[in-house]
Design a protein around this ligand. Structure first.
Ligand SMILES: *Cc1c(COP(=O)(O)O)cnc(C)c1O
Length: 402
């Protein structure tokens, strides 16, 4: 990919996405599950650009959504409504209502109170709500605590006993149709054992539900497959699928898998330009035009992103530096103490693995317009989101001169 050319053409800060990589990742995972019927439901929150969703939809992908806004994005991008799942611990009544009217595959319910709400709303609308229940299998996924979700100490899902009660309630209700079961133990998973354990626990629940005539059709294993940011040992999609499938003998289920990061993480690059270098005492700083408002993962999780500096200095000396942005926070950095060459203003810095939870977590902090996004596919590039303007930023503010 010619980053310099792209930066020149579209300016910086800029997100660039390799759509061919997205395709490859999707096909790898789809193939891994080929022994069974499966739906790969792309977790839209990882990268919600409509063109990205459309790209996956064209490949046959469904969508895993965590707000009605994401459901609308999925529908707008052409995702088959019977491949759309709506998850999340706190859905508003109007969100549930709209999801039922839009007739998506299933609403993933995360508490008894929510199940009662879905029941009441379905009844009001005279509809039958297809639901799945998110089970919290109490498994430690051995990932970063902020992105672990399958322990009882996390807010997600319900325990096995509660889930059982909920399925029985749903089974009895004429307004609820319990078609699925769901778990999602965390993100950036790099170990197989926790997934297998969780899958086993949930599969056993499916068996005991079957015994009481609750017939689950969709076995939703969530997302979470990790990617390589630095030197992580990864789970192969094939092994991942095998670990899950090995727990399902004797069960006729369609697998639903909700990858986000795995599909888009390593296909994304964040391009930013050097503004200045400076030295404070013995600390060297390279100040760039992108910032934590564009890519917050280093600030938020202390996440590692590979940084590539395309220096224009002749025979550049290498020394330790922090790469920082212009935002007024000490936490505004992309990398710390990395060995990089001397730079000139205007030199390009490429931040790798920025395709997932990059742009979608960006903000306008410091009244900074959000970056543009570009797709590269089959050797050609196109703008898929224009850079924001100051006018965009203030568009919702009213009556300030009174
Ligand atoms: C965030 C999320 C995903 C995707 O997680 P990744 O780690 O990006 O694969 C899938 N399912 C649910 C319910 C989620 O909340």
């Amino acid at each position: 990919m010619n980053f310099k050319e792209l930066a020149q053409k579209y300016d910086t800060p800029l997100y660039v996405y390799d759509f061919d990589h997205f395709t490859e990742q999707f096909n790898k995972l789809k193939k891994a599950f080929k022994a069974r019927k499966s739906i790969i439901a792309y977790a839209i929150k990882a990268n919600s650009n409509l063109s990205v969703i459309k790209h996956f939809s064209n490949l046959g992908s469904g969508a895993d959504c965590v707000s009605i806004g994401e459901v609308k994005r999925a529908l707008l991008a052409g995702v088959d409504k019977y491949k759309i799942i709506f998850s999340g611990v706190g859905k508003r009544d109007d969100e549930i209502q709209e999801a039922l009217i839009k007739d998506i595959l299933m609403i993933n319910v995360e508490s008894e109170a929510e199940l009662a709400r879905v029941h009441d709303i379905a009844k009001e609308l005279g509809k039958v709500a297809r639901i799945s229940i998110r089970v919290n299998p109490n498994i430690d996924p051995k990932t970063h605590p902020y992105i672990s979700t399958g322990l009882h100490e996390n807010k997600f899902g319900v325990d096995i006993e509660t889930a059982k009660k909920m399925y029985i309630f749903a089974q009895k209700s004429e307004y609820l149709n319990p078609v699925g079961i769901h778990f999602h133990i965390g993100s950036q998973l790099t170990e197989l054992e926790p997934i297998k354990e969780a899958s086993q626990i949930v599969a056993d629940l499916v068996r005991s539900l079957k015994a009481i005539k609750v017939d689950i059709k969709f076995f939703d294993v969530g997302g979470g497959l990790g990617i390589r940011y630095k030197d992580e040992e990864l789970i192969e999609p094939y092994d991942y699928a095998q670990a899950i499938l090995s727990t399902l003998s004797g069960l006729d289920l369609t697998i639903v898998c909700e990858p986000g990061r795995f599909l888009v993480g390593n296909g994304g690059y964040f391009l930013t330009k050097v503004l200045y270098e400076k030295v404070n005492g013995d600390k060297r700083f390279v100040i760039v035009d992108g910032a934590m408002n564009d890519l917050i993962r280093p600030s938020l999780y202390n996440a590692y992103h590979k940084v590539e500096v395309l220096s224009s200095v002749k025979n550049p000396e290498i020394s330790k530096a922090n790469i920082v942005g212009p935002v007024c926070e000490s936490g505004d950095f992309f990398a710390k103490n990395i060995e990089i060459p001397q730079t000139n203003p205007g030199d390009l810095v490429v931040i790798h693995s920025a395709g997932a939870y990059g742009f979608t977590m960006s903000s306008n902090y410091n009244t900074r317009p959000r970056a543009a996004e570009v797709a590269v596919e089959n050797g050609s590039d196109r703008l898929i989101r224009r850079r924001e303007t100051f006018e965009d930023l203030i568009a919702c503010e009213i009556d300030y001169m009174v």
